[in-house]
Design a protein around this ligand. Structure first.
Ligand code: GLU
Length: 452
């Protein structure tokens, strides 16, 4: 049997992390088994479905690298005739019936909003499913056997009219027509499953296997929501997260391979993914962990990958040697590209832009055994002999280290560092010198010398 999974988002919002993870699990499971991963748009709520959300979902999935195998676009809004014919078949076979009622039952209100008839409007009929009132048992691949007595559902509504099926009916028909073998979806879908199984049975469709994945929780174990850390995938993309890192992190939300390994490429995830290793309990989202994963991927790219992300305010007028030095310096500090912007806006990097102001006492290292004056003089004369083209971190270090080791590193390097950054804490003086270039370095050292 060829495995076929699906991701059927409703385009009523941007692609959130939780849904992206559902898509990922469906993708991994299908690919692990050499199967297909299908996509369809459940865009029947015409008021809340928006093209811009559709575009966001499609672009985010493709950015994550979750390529689907669906050839044509499946859009529920374009499949009305198919649902209508199927609904008629159920009514003709007396497995569903037209029920005269004056108000739309609440269970049907939430769904399949029609452009013609809205909630609260008077109507004279709905279509109800003739419930055989039996106990449905299904084997959930994550949660084990689930039993549900469907008697409590009564003759539930499957359409608002012969033209307006509600979600359960459309999903069952689409899943059958797409030959879906495995339905992997959020835990909040569990309560829909017994209804959907009853409808499948009425049509004589094969029952797919189900796997309900745990919800993603905020750090305080409440449901992850916009206010509690959930931002759309496209927003992480805009912040400069790497797609491989987001995929890797999402895979770890509720799944682990049973080993200590935490970093996986998409191919490695396909290899190792196993639904039986998905946990039952909620998976707690942690922004710090996600940043850590991103940093691990950044390390693989190396410091030069930062260069295109350095704002022009920081790079203007600098040589390529200086820009490379700045990239290396920033690389030590950041986990995500957008951190660069934050650092530069916070003023933390102002010493790259203009000569810092600082009290002259700061030039004196607290544990100094000697006055900074003679060391600043000697530092200046040593650096004056380093060629401006090779004013790199290692050249500066090679030039200064013998003297610094002779006189005590703190005595020599502290005043130089303060002269260049004006700060008590900053990157090391060799890095600073390389970022600033020879000319600026010498000017700042000369000004410091004038102060003492
Ligand atoms: N359109 C539904 C949603 O976005 C899909 C649920 C399902 O996977 O059956 O929640």
């Amino acid at each position: 049997m060829k495995v076929i999974t699906r991701f059927p988002p409703s385009p009523t919002g941007k692609l959130q992390l939780g849904n992206a993870r559902t898509a990922l699990f469906n993708y991994l499971f299908a690919k692990h088994h050499g199967g297909s991963f299908l996509f369809r748009l459940e865009d029947t709520d015409r008021e809340r479905s928006k093209k811009e959300f559709e575009a966001d979902i499609v672009e985010s999935l493709s950015w994550l690298g979750l390529k689907h195998d669906t050839k044509e676009v499946w859009r529920q809004s374009e499949r009305g005739d198919i649902y209508k014919a199927k609904l008629k078949d159920l009514v003709d076979r007396n497995l569903a019936y037209i029920s005269k009622e004056s108000e739309l039952p609440t269970e049907a209100k939430a769904d399949f909003a029609s452009p013609k008839k809205r909630e609260g409007e008077k109507r004279d009929e709905v279509i109800r499913f003739r419930n055989p009132n039996k106990v449905i048992t299904f084997a959930d691949l994550i949660r084990g056997e689930i039993k549900f007595d469907t008697t409590e559902l009564g003759d539930f509504v499957i359409a608002k009219s012969m033209e307006e099926p509600i979600y359960h009916l459309a999903v069952v028909i689409d899943d059958a027509e797409m030959d879906i073998t495995h339905i992997i979806r959020g835990e909040d879908g569990i309560s829909n499953t017994p209804r959907q199984i009853l409808i499948q049975e009425a049509f004589g469709f094969q029952r797919p296997q189900y796997a309900h994945v745990p919800l993603i929780l905020a750090p305080d174990r409440t449901k992850l929501s916009k206010r509690r850390g959930a931002i759309p995938v496209s927003e992480y993309r805009a912040q400069g997260f790497l797609p491989e890192a987001v995929v890797n992190y999402l895979a770890l939300l509720g799944w682990n391979p049973g080993t200590d390994k935490e970093l996986f490429s998409l191919d490695e995830l396909i290899q190792s993914f196993d639904l039986t290793k998905v946990q039952k309990g909620g998976a707690v989202f942690g922004e710090e962990k996600m940043r850590w994963v991103n940093k691990e991927y950044l390390k693989r790219e190396g410091a030069p990958s930062l260069i295109p992300h350095i704002p022009s305010t920081l790079s203007a007028g600098k040589t390529s040697t200086q820009v490379s030095a700045i990239a290396e310096m920033l690389f030590e500090r950041i986990s995500v590209f957008s951190d660069i912007q934050k650092d530069s806006e916070s003023g933390e990097l102002d010493y790259l832009l203009k000569e810092p102001e600082y009290p002259k006492e700061l030039l004196q290292w607290k544990k100094a055994t000697e006055e900074p004056k003679s060391h600043l003089e000697k530092t200046l004369s040593i650096l004056a002999n380093v060629s401006p083209e090779n004013f790199t971190k290692s050249d500066i270090k090679d030039a200064l280290m013998p003297y610094a080791e002779l006189k005590g590193k703190g005595n020599v390097l502290w005043p130089m560092r303060v002269a260049l950054s004006g700060k008590e804490q900053s990157p090391d003086p060799f890095t600073l010198g390389a970022c600033l270039g020879k000319e600026v370095t010498l000017v700042r050292l000369t000004h410091a010398l004038a102060m003492v």
